[in-house]
Ligand binder design. Structure first.
Ligand code: HEC
Length: 690
């Protein structure tokens, strides 16, 4: 045998081995956030519409590290990896749930008070024997998948600059790419950074907004982008952070990144002479090897509502538009339009609203630009109700696409918000310090109120750009992320506590499971030990379950878990503890209205992000209306200022002075009494246990 032939034969053997499952046949795994391809679709069909009724719980794994839990696991070669709380990554045997290792990045303890506006990880990635995770303090960490030990760590942000990572890293070839969030809080200029998977050495960085022209631009793309900004935009950072989705395109060897809102939200402040503000709210195509700009499509030129293009970017080849085949990219961003874009050149092929939208009536296919309603820009200090709201028509809960049904599944919301300029001269506007959301908005006039928010699972036909069917959800944000399979299944959890398996064609409910808590993360499916599993993290970040007939979830009594299902599964959850919904009070506590006002503002700035707007937690963090801690001044002071619960996701607010702290306690008392008076605490009629 000649050397060449022998090499060929060995190569062929390796290929054959890879194809029969050695080293991880791709179809068995769910290696990163968006699944085996980019559409949250797995071809696995062992569990299908014919037998889904025989599903049962195969195993469960309790999550006990505090914080939020809204993370998508990955599964490779029979191991399931997931991120939990603020800093842990766990590896479990994907067939049994047995824990293999627990990695702790000690994020909260390291970063302490600088991590104010942030929450837990939404996902991780696996490639070439390493698990990659981003941290709230801006590190990208490579963990050895076998041992659970750190291989390298790269600081992708400047410590103290208010950037934080909650999104998943994206992996392809020998690279791993990471973005970050933070543009709602501080003058943040967005970028993504690519690192070498093996060494952690930086390969390239692409900025999403132009910096200070006096310092020179990094590249031609920044020079072009700078022409679309006015005033001294660089002082505001500009925003456009890539905090959620990207997509790697093997066919064109490109990376598509989705960019976020402008910073601050108000366009008139950020760019006073107008302009599109590239690359805010855009999908930007980059050369995957070099990070060089190729093209962009901007969904919201001159964005002014906290809209973005950060939601899932899903790629479909040979997609039929008016009888012609295109390699397309699909995106359902916050602004409520569903976009189909030609990947070749970034040209818009079609766009239609999938929820009521009032900021624009349509998108002009010739120019690719929205036909806007001028009043929606709240001009000249005139407040306006705009649909959708900053929560979006679609947010981080993943949408998925099933090639057989031809449908995309969007956890959708119909809700609006009032936008208004802040008081005073716009040119005097400044960022607030610390935790506070800093967005260039004023207080809405009391008489202007959007209609009650609703949420639903929307099956959308991207070819006809029309609705196929919908299923209403409970509450303003009741639908969890979705995944779909070759077995014709659509998988989704709900804020109301069910995990559901639906027929992907009709939406018919085939099977459901009582998860005993909100299930907002997106599910995955994989094969381990020759058997197909469906897995999901049961937990939440938002007050999703408000409006539940039985009351609300309670952070202290509900257990967050990884749940894995298989045909014939016989595992059982222990019975759920009943949430205690009584509101304790101290009748001697005299509420001082001046302190309530001070406390309401401080609470909204510093606490609402986790403990819920209007102090209604909905279970994503402890319910402070039902907590005894704020009634006990020394304990409350210590807990808030010194950070004893730091490692469990409760930050330390050392800078909050005693009067403000008292204000928060008075505000919580006044809200507790309002709620107690308005609703007799409802105790669920039947135990939600199995
Ligand atoms: C980043 C999210 C986050 C923010 C912001 C936050 N908290 Fe917390 N808080 C938590 C979590 C998570 C816990 C529960 C930790 C655990 O599991 O023990 C908690 C626990 C608490 C508790 C204990 C409640 C009980 O009865 O167990 C109090 C009191 C509290 N927080 C007050 C505050 C106040 C006041 C603020 C604003 C100044 C605030 N928190 C901001 C996440 C947050």
């Amino acid at each position: 045998m000649t050397g060449m032939l022998r090499n060929f034969a060995i190569g062929a053997l390796a290929l054959a081995l890879a194809a029969c499952g050695q080293g991880g046949a791709q179809n068995d795994d769910w290696p990163d956030y968006d699944g085996p391809d980019t559409t949250h679709f797995s071809p696995l069909a062992e569990i299908n519409t014919g037998n889904a009724g025989q599903l049962g719980l195969a195993w469960h794994h309790d999550i006990d590290v505090g914080g939020q839990s809204l993370t998508a696991p990955v599964a490779v070669d029979g191991v399931l990896y997931y991120a939990a709380g603020d800093s842990h990554v766990f590896a479990l045997d994907a067939a049994t749930g047995k824990q293999l290792w627990d990695f702790d990045s000690h994020t909260r303890e390291r970063a302490g008070v600088t991590l104010r506006g942030a929450w837990g990880s939404r996902g991780i990635a696996y490639a070439n024997g390493k698990v990659f995770t981003g941290t709230l303090d801006g590190r990208l960490i490579a963990i050895d998948a076998k041992s659970g030990k750190e291989v390298w760590s790269a600081q992708t942000t400047t410590p103290g600059d208010q950037r934080y990572i909650t999104g998943a890293p994206w992996v392809y070839g020998d690279k791993v790419v990471i973005g970050h969030g933070g543009a709602d809080y501080a003058p943040v200029r967005g970028y993504v950074t690519a690192y070498d998977q093996a060494s952690g050495k930086q390969a390239w960085r692409f900025y999403t907004t132009p910096g200070d022209p006096a310092k020179g631009f990094e590249d031609e793309a920044m020079k072009m982008a700078a022409k679309t900004w006015t005033g001294e935009w660089w002082k505001f950072g500009g925003g456009a952070t890539v905090w959620n989705a990207m997509a790697y395109d093997p066919k064109y060897n490109r990376l598509y990144i989705g960019t976020g809102n402008g910073s601050p939200w108000n366009h008139k402040i950020r760019s006073p002479g107008g302009g599109d503000n590239l690359f805010v709210c855009s999908i930007v195509a980059l050369d995957a090897d070099t990070g060089k700009y190729l093209w962009h499509y901007q969904v919201n030129p001159g964005e002014s509502w906290d809209f973005n293009a950060d939601m899932d970017i899903e790629l479909v080849d040979g997609f039929d538009v008016n009888g012609q085949k295109h390699d397309v990219l699909m995106n359902a961003p916050k602004n409520g339009f569903f976009y189909v874009i030609d990947r070749k050149d970034g040209k818009l092929l079609s766009a239609k609203p999938f929820v009521p939208t009032t900021w624009a009536s349509s998108i002009d296919l010739k120019t690719g630009r929205p036909v806007e309603n001028p009043e929606a820009r709240y001009p000249g200090g005139k407040a306006a109700i705009v649909y959708p709201s900053p929560f979006g028509a679609h947010n981080i809960e993943a949408m998925s696409y099933n090639p057989a049904s031809g449908l995309v599944y969007i956890p959708a919301m119909d809700q609006g918000r009032v936008y208004v300029d802040p008081p005073g001269k716009l040119s005097d506007w400044k960022y607030k310090d610390g935790q506070r959301i800093s967005n260039g908005q004023g207080t809405p006039p009391p008489d202007l109120k959007p209609r009650a928010p609703t949420s639903f699972l929307l099956a959308w036909n991207p070819r006809t750009q029309s609705e196929a069917w919908r299923i209403p959800m409970i509450g303003p944000r009741g639908g969890g992320g979705t995944a779909t399979t070759g077995g014709g299944l659509l998988l989704q959890g709900r804020g109301s506590g069910e995990f559901t398996v639906l027929d992907a064609n009709s939406g018919k409910l085939l099977w459901q499971f009582d998860a005993q808590t909100a299930v907002m993360a997106q599910p995955i499916t994989y094969r381990a030990g020759g058997k197909q599993y469906i897995a999901v993290v049961a937990g939440s970040r938002f007050a999703t379950a408000q409006g539940l007939p039985g009351g609300e979830w309670n952070y202290r009594t509900q257990q967050w878990r990884v749940l894995a299902f298989a045909l014939g599964g016989t595992d059982k959850l222990p019975p759920a503890q009943k949430p205690d919904l009584t509101i304790p009070d101290d009748p001697k506590f005299r509420v001082d209205p001046a302190l309530v006002r001070l406390g309401a503002e401080a609470y909204a700035d510093r606490c609402a992000g986790c403990h819920g707007a209007n102090a209604a937690s909905g279970g994503s963090a402890p319910d402070l209306l039902r907590s005894l801690v704020p009634l006990d001044v020394p304990t409350f002071t210590q807990l808030v200022k010194e950070g004893p619960l730091l490692s469990r996701g409760m930050p330390a607010f050392g800078e909050v002075d005693e009067r403000t702290l008292a204000g928060i306690a008075h505000y919580l008392r006044s809200r507790a009494r309002e709620v107690a008076a308005a609703t007799k605490p409802v105790v669920p009629v039947d135990d939600k246990g199995q």
